[in-house]
Design a binder for this molecule. Sequence first.
Ligand SMILES: [Mg+2]
Length: 116
Amino acid sequence: MLPKDLVAELMHFRAERDWAQFHTPRNLAISLSLEASEVLELFQWEDRQGDALAKILPRLREEVADVATYLTYLCADLGIDLDEAVREKMVQNRKKYPVELSKGSAKKYTELQGEA
Ligand SMILES: [Mg+2]
């Protein structure tokens, strides 16, 4: 999802620090989850909207960048084409969530079956 030059910059950043040795799939998956939790932490105890959301936006920006960074490393190391994976997922999701059953509904696909 990131442009190739930015992915290359991330890989260079990691290589010049010799950090790939620490980036096992397990460690990257853990780090990805931890950074996603840091996003969630910003909303802990408060459903931030409006000014309260604007106040945390700089921190949110940093945390989503951390999530994107670890996701990029994980995909690059495992040979996952993220764009292609997302496109494939969209095909699956269109089948799981047909418009006629899911429009305006927050129900999980398993609860949509048999409706309409
Ligand atoms: Mg972070």
